[in-house]
Design a protein around this ligand. Structure first.
Ligand code: BEZ
Length: 212
């Protein structure tokens, strides 16, 4: 098991899933990806999470992000559980769930934290850019369901900052003002950002969201 850090290449893998064999890189193509693990099938928080993820698919699609879930249960278990998720969450699970029974992918991505649970994956999130580098890692415990609005928010930030020389401040949401990258002088920033630059401090310069 190797530690994965921001900026590393996401390890590629081929694994069984609820929709058959999947290769990560082929599945992602040249778009973005979110790989997220959950502890186990037929568990309450996971049922709400996967149903919520399915309802958010349009939002992930708009951002060119493909979803890929994972647990160490088998594909037939996933497919039985998906029927329950669809029923109780009033949705249709519309993304694959990796069936990582041999824990190959969990080990590759360090998704099992033995001091939390020896056998089950924690709630890991990896956001992978089109160049296959890892842009974001978040880990939640089994007892805390993820906030999918937050996942969309960080994807908006990652996609904005990948293409513009800006960063996003605390609690930023799409359309709000952003921070000019510290590497750019205020003089250059005024040339670059035609919507205007406010110099709050020499190191804190704000400009309207360049994409809004
Ligand atoms: C859940 O999804 O509810 C869950 C799964 C494993 C441990 C605790 C909660």
């Amino acid at each position: 098991m190797a530690t994965i850090r921001l900026g590393d290449k996401a390890p590629d893998f081929t694994a069984d899933s609820s929709v058959g064999t999947i290769n990560l890189y082929d599945y992602l193509g040249d778009g973005w990806g979110i790989l997220f693990s959950h502890p186990a099938d037929f568990t309450p928080v996971c049922t709400t999470e996967l149903g919520t993820a399915a309802k958010f698919k349009d939002e992930f699609d708009k951002r060119n992000v493909k979803m890929l879930a994972l647990s160490v249960d088998g594909a037939s278990s996933h497919n039985e559980w998906i029927k329950d998720i669809n029923e109780v969450q009033n949705t249709t699970v519309n993304f694959p769930i990796i069936a990582d029974e041999d824990k190959k992918v969990s080990d590759l991505y360090d998704m099992i934290h033995p001091n939390a649970d020896n056998n089950l994956t924690v709630r890991s999130v990896f956001i992978i850019a089109p160049d296959k580098t890892v842009k974001l890692i978040i880990t939640y415990p089994a007892s805390t369901g993820r906030n999918f609005y937050e996942l969309l928010r960080v994807i908006d930030s990652l996609q904005l900052t990948a293409y513009h020389k800006v960063a996003t401040p605390a609690n930023w949401k799409q359309g709000e003002s952003v921070v000019v990258s510290p590497a750019i002088s205020t003089e250059d920033a005024k040339e670059m950002f035609k919507k205007g630059v406010e110099e709050v401090k020499p190191y804190l310069r704000m400009t309207p969201d360049p994409t809004a």
